[in-house]
Structure formats: C-alpha cells, structure tokens
Design a binder for this molecule. Structure first.
Ligand code: ASP
Ligand code: MG
Length: 403
C-alpha cells in the first residue's frame, strides 16, 4: 500500500463537473489500495475575485484580513471534493491547513511553513479516509490563519509529501507535463519525461512557469520527487527530481521566451565605487525585481553604460526611481525599451558540453536576430532580443538544439 499526495490546481477543480472528475481519479487510486491525500486550490478565478472585492473597499486592505478572506477559496473546494467522493461511496474528510497541522510564520500573504504535524491526517488515513487538505494556507503558532503566496497550493502538496514521507507526489494541472518549450508557439515542442529541480527553477525564471518556484525549491531541499501531469487525461507526466548523471547527456532541456521584460540603459554613468550600489538599492527599495544586469568596461572615459531588465509592469515605478537618481548619480540619459524579449536555453548538459553559446549565437545570426544583452548561469544562457523577432528566434533555437 502506497501513500500518494495528489494536488489539483484551480482549473482542475474549476466547476462541479471537474470536481467530480477529480473524485473519479482519486477513487481510481483508492481502488488500487493506496492511501490518498488530496490537496486542492481554490476554483479558478476565485482567489482573484476575492482580491478584487477587497480592493473595491480599499486599495490597501489589512494583510491579516486578506489571509482570512483568501483562505475561504480553498475551503470551498475541499468540502466540494469531499462531497463528490461521498457520492462515489468513498470515505473522505476535508481539513483546513491549520487542521492538517501546517504551522507558518506570521508574515501574512506570504507566510513560510515552519513545521507540519500531520497527526489528524495520519489518524484519518488510518481510519480509511481519503484526506482532502486546503492548499495555500496554514496558521501561526498563535492560531492566526495565513496564506503562502500566490500559487501556494503547490507548496502545500510538496511540504505535506515531505512531512508524510509519501511514496508519490503528483501535481495535476491543465498541461500534460513540462515541455521543451511552449507547445502553443512551437508545434515541435516535446514533453519531457524528466527534468532536474535546477532546470525547472531556471526555466521558471526564464518565463516558463509551470509551478510556484518556492515549491520546487522546497522539493529540492527535502528531496521530494514529484510528477507534473494533466488531470484531463491519463498521459504520463514529467518527473521532477535531483539531477542524475544521465541527464547531462541532453545538452538543452528547454527553451523559454519571456515577453514580459523591459530593458533600461543608463548611458554615461560615472565609473566609480558606490554608483551601481546606489542605483540598485533605490530600485530594491521600490520593490522592483531586476533580472539581467550588464555593465561595460570603460575605455579611457570616466563613465560607462549600464543596462538591466525588469518586469514590464514595474517600468513606471522604475522610471520614477531612475529620474529621481539623475542628479544625484549624474548619468547622461536613460533609454527605455519595452520591445524586448528574453530568450533562454536551459540544461545541466551545458556543464559538460562546450560550444553551446556559440551554437546559440550562430543560430540567431543566421536568423538575422541581433543580440542586445547576454547573461549566463552554470546551466542557462539568456539573451535579450527585439520582441518582434522573439518567436522566430525561439523556434530557430529550439530547432537547432532539440529538433
Ligand atoms: N488559490 C491560490 C492562488 O490562486 C493558491 C493556488 O492556486 O495555488 O494563488
Ligand atoms: Mg493556482
């Protein structure tokens, strides 16, 4: 008898029919003699709707009360899922995050799990129940309800799988698994049978988000192997696990295009200690998340050019910060472009194969795509290109490395 944790996301429980479908899947696992813990998200759109309601009252609602409010979304789905299982004659009991023993710190709306004591879960499983746990929520040691940040049901599932020492953790979603690239844009995209935690994290950072990144980091830290698969068919999904030697045989695991970035270039920035520190501290204080940073060496002049990328929606905030720094820092001018895309290739095989960057750049050259910025990590190469050529570049690079 195996213990399985299954997580179903918002689309998979998006309406009563879908919830009945989830119940049938859980029933099938149960029929094989397995113990099943189900983690569910709120029905799709519910969390957004609740946020909207609060914002209609005030733009800055209390974060404690937001957690109280948002936690109700998942509570609806756990009860509905239990009811659907009862209709199939399966003993099932729903639990809130707090009832499942999930204790977090007190940072409302983005709480971190501190420990899990799943006593009730064990007792209910032992009594023959399917246990359905509300994703995305926990409580502080003082008993205040908290939430784990958007997309946090993934984290609930992974953390519960770790705490329960589950034999299997399945993340059911509306895609078949993790693909080599976006199959809507590139028909040749292939579903991966396996991917390492680090590749999954780099792909998420590159704009191909399948799961909440914190949950993948958590899985890596605690060695939770999990499978990403569809709740709408029976196709095998993608296994996410620690890197193995054989994974290095594949040079590039995936290609991603992030169209949500903007590029800022500060021209003629004084080349002296403390300037970059001042600029990026000011951006950080405005809660602007900077991604790529490129600075040139200056030749004989006391100035240099400094470019960086950030999330497009943060651009208005960033402009304010940059304008405010103009006199203090004394740069020449600020050039801003929203017409950029960040194209990335990711793969642990890069560590042992040479010429990967050259091949990527040659491919782009053949397509007549100019590279505006380059940055690399041990297992990723990212370039910033003209947005209008982004998809063409992505297809060509996918073809060159993956087929
Ligand atoms: N319902 C929450 C959200 O929409 C958590 C989740 O879906 O994982 O962010
Ligand atoms: Mg979700």
């Amino acid at each position: 008898m195996a213990l399985i944790v299954q997580k179903y996301g918002g689309t998979s429980v998006g309406n009563p029919e879908r919830i009945k479908n989830v119940a049938r899947r859980v029933a099938a696992s149960r029929a094989q003699g397995d113990q099943v813990v189900v983690v569910v998200s709120a029905m799709s759109g519910v969390t957004d709707h609740l946020i909207k309601l609060a914002k209609e009252i005030t733009p800055l609602p209390s974060e404690r009360e937001m957690d109280m409010l948002l936690a109700t979304g998942e509570q609806q789905t756990i009860a509905l899922t239990a009811i659907a299982l009862h209709q199939l004659d399966i003993a099932a009991t729903s639990l809130t995050g707090a009832q499942a023993g999930i204790v977090t710190d007190g940072v409302h709306t983005k709480a971190k799990i501190q420990n899990i004591t799943p006593k009730k879960v064990h007792a209910l499983l032992d009594a023959g129940n399917v246990v359905i746990v509300a994703g995305f929520q926990g409580e502080t040691s003082e008993g205040h309800i908290t939430t784990l940040g958007r997309g946090g049901s993934d984290l609930t599932a992974i953390a519960l799988a770790a705490a329960l020492k589950a034999d299997l953790c399945q993340i059911y979603t509306d895609v078949d698994g993790v693909y080599t690239t976006d199959p809507r844009l590139v028909p040749n995209a292939r579903k991966l049978t396996e991917i390492s935690y680090d590749e999954m994290l780099e792909l998420a950072g590159a704009g191909a988000k399948v799961m909440q990144s914190r949950s993948v980091e958590f899985a890596k830290k605690f060695g939770v192997v999990f499978e990403v698969r569809s709740s709408l068919n029976d196709n095998p999904g993608t296994i996410v696990k620690e890197e193995t030697k054989s994974m290095e045989g594949v040079v590039i695991r995936g290609v991603a295009l992030d169209k949500n970035q903007a590029k800022v270039t500060l021209v003629a920035v004084p080349d002296r200690p403390g300037v970059a520190a001042r600029i990026f501290r000011a951006l950080d204080e405005a809660a602007i998340n900077v991604d790529m940073i490129v600075q040139n060496i200056s030749h004989g002049t006391p100035t240099t050019d400094l470019s960086f990328t950030l999330d497009k929606p943060d651009l208005p905030k960033a402009r304010k910060v940059i304008d405010a720094l103009k006199i203090e820092v004394g740069y020449g001018e600020a050039l801003v472009s929203e017409q950029v895309g960040k194209l990335s290739i990711v793969g642990v095989g890069m560590r042992s194969h040479s010429g990967v960057a050259a091949k990527m750049f040659e491919t782009l050259a053949r397509e007549g795509v100019n590279i505006e910025m380059i940055s690399t990590s041990e297992i990723k190469i990212s370039v910033v290109v003209d947005l209008a050529k982004g998809e063409q570049a992505m297809k060509a690079v996918h073809k060159a490395f993956i087929g």
